[in-house]
Design a binder for this molecule. Structure first.
Ligand SMILES: N[C@@H](CCC(=O)N[C@@H](CS)C(=O)NCC(=O)O)C(=O)O
Length: 242
């Protein structure tokens, strides 16, 4: 089967996996998952019992979840474009370190602000969460800005899956407004460059439900039920062959 990426809207971190798939340029499909309703439904939990996006169904019907695993899956197929690197090399270690940082410290810095947005009700809780989130987001921006330095991309002179992932989570800075990206010169430069990239423009348009043309590999959109039937059939076929 043609791989399917299940991506969450609005503003999901799956955005980075869409950008990376576009850069990879191999056939894939997209399945749009509304958050929080559909992502937590029984229907989606058949794909990912954790109830989170992104999730990827591969050619064999195997399911890969967690952004790090999905981005590494894409990186392994895009080594000739510099999207990923062979495990055991220094370049792989640098990529893995950057993905780890983005997936924990940078992503996690926004957690208090998302909690505030989704759950907090009284004013004291809101103020505490906002202050805590602001401290964490500011610190993560300072750190990542220093790590990037004068570099063109997070890992040097070519875009990798780490830049794709950054494009998806860095936009949360504008959404929550606790820091201004323009105060972080290096991050601002990278973010602006990414916004001009056709793959990033494609991912924005797709999220907004606008009719955008894939710059590279997108074949089709598919519904959740139809996707599940295909995955189940591919998994049955795999079992029969084994
Ligand atoms: N550790 C997971 C976290 C994924 C995650 O938190 N996904 C969010 C969107 S960014 C989600 O699906 N949330 C479910 C919800 O909002 O109910 C990963 O890195 O892929």
């Amino acid at each position: 089967m043609t791989p399917i990426l299940f991506y969450g809207v609005p503003s999901g971190c799956s955005f980075g996996s869409i950008v990376a798939l576009e850069w990879l340029g191999q056939p894939y499909r997209l399945c749009r998952i509304d958050m929080p309703d559909v992502v937590t439904s029984e229907a989606f939990r058949r794909i990912n019992p954790v109830g989170e996006t992104p999730a990827l169904a591969t050619e064999s019907g195997a399911i890969v979840t967690e952004s790090m695993a999905i981005l590494n899956w894409i990186g392994a197929r895009g080594m000739e474009h510099g999207l990923g690197f062979a495990q055991g090399t220094e370049a792989f270690d640098r990529l893995n370190r950057m993905l780890g940082y983005l997936n924990t410290t940078f992503f996690g810095a926004f957690a208090p602000l998302w909690h505030l947005y989704e759950h907090a009700s009284d004013d004291t809780a809101k103020a505490v969460l906002r202050e805590y989130g602001a401290v964490k987001v500011r610190k993560a921006h300072e750190q990542l800005d220093a790590m990037l330095g004068d570099g063109q991309w997070l890992l040097g002179d070519r875009p990798s899956v780490a830049d794709a992932y950054f494009a998806g989570i860095a936009r949360w800075t504008d959404y929550h407004g606790v820091v201004s990206r323009s105060d972080y010169r290096n991050l601002d430069r990278l973010y602006r460059k990414l916004q001009a990239d056709p793959a990033v423009r494609f991912a924005h348009g797709g999220e907004a439900g606008e009719p955008v043309r894939s710059a590279a590999g997108l074949v089709d959109q598919i519904g959740l039920d139809e996707a599940w039937l295909e995955i189940a059939a591919a998994q049955r076929e795999r079992l029969t062959r084994a």
